[in-house]
Write a protein of this length. Structure first.
Length: 259
């Protein structure tokens, strides 16, 4: 099995190579390539592989741009520290999406998935046939929303499920999420981006500053000028007002209806 590694972090590339060799001792590894430009040049030279492990954030940009400059039929396993690119990854030959730090068990599972696809198709042109199957699965359908956020915590990162989140709010040009146990975490999304990434059945943008989860609401009060005031279970001291233009839709949402 010929495998190409595209990764701009030397330590991460070395660790990934070791794990691949542990799972597949006979694998022939190439790379690591650390940039979009280098990867494009290499693949356009005619180099062919059975499988590519590709980081998303490379030295000179996101690896998705490689697919705009090369015709790649090879299945790809993406590796990244960020979970927000999963949907985009599966539009580019992805058969799996591994969050860093990658562990041996998940890497083994991803390789097993690839081998089962190869075994199923069997023929020498199986990569092209796998590519066609992958593309056929990317048909328009129900939107997929984020179910967790990866939060930086010192030198480590921890995932937080959306079910544990009370609200998102903007404060002094930064955006935070607040958990139900009243812990705040800085995140790298704008309120506008979050409005598109969150399930509208679970979250509602009440004004320009706040997005609330239904589970976070303790009490709703009528307020001045036909607005509503919301008291949160996590932080009852917060002054959260529902914009006048959104009061009807907010009430419907809280009542389990979608306008």
């Amino acid at each position: 099995m010929k495998i190409l590694i595209v990764e701009d972090e030397e330590l991460a590339a070395g660790r990934l190579a070791q794990m691949i060799k542990k799972a597949e001792p006979d694998a022939l590894l190439s790379g690591p390539l650390d940039s979009v430009s280098e990867t494009v040049k290499h693949l356009n030279s005619g180099a062919a592989y059975d499988l590519i492990f590709m980081d998303i954030q490379l030295a000179d940009g996101k690896s998705f741009s490689v697919f705009e400059q090369c015709k790649i039929l090879t299945p790809v396993i993406f590796t990244t520290a960020y979970d927000e690119f999963a949907l985009q990854a599966f539009e580019h030959n992805s058969i799996d999406y591994l969050l860093k730090p990658v562990n041996q068990e998940k890497l083994n599972a991803a390789l097993d998935k690839f081998k089962k696809l190869k075994e199923y198709f069997g023929a020498d042109d199986s990569n092209a046939r796998i590519y066609e199957i992958i593309k056929s699965l990317h048909l328009p359908g129900k939107p997929t929303y984020k179910d967790r956020f990866l939060i930086s915590k010192g030198d480590s990162m921890v995932p937080i499920k959306v079910g544990d989140i009370a609200c998102f709010f903007a404060e002094e040009k930064a955006v935070f999420l607040l958990t139900h146990d009243n812990k705040r975490h800085l995140i790298s999304h704008s309120i506008e981006e979050l409005s598109e990434k969150l399930d509208p059945k679970l979250f509602f943008r009440v004004n320009r500053q706040y997005i609330l989860s239904a589970e976070s609401v303790r009490t709703v009060y009528n307020h001045f000028n036909f607005k509503l005031k919301v008291e949160l279970k996590a932080d009852p001291r917060a002054e959260i007002l529902v914009s006048r233009s959104k009061t009807s839709s907010f009430k419907a949402w809280m009542n389990g209806e979608m306008l």
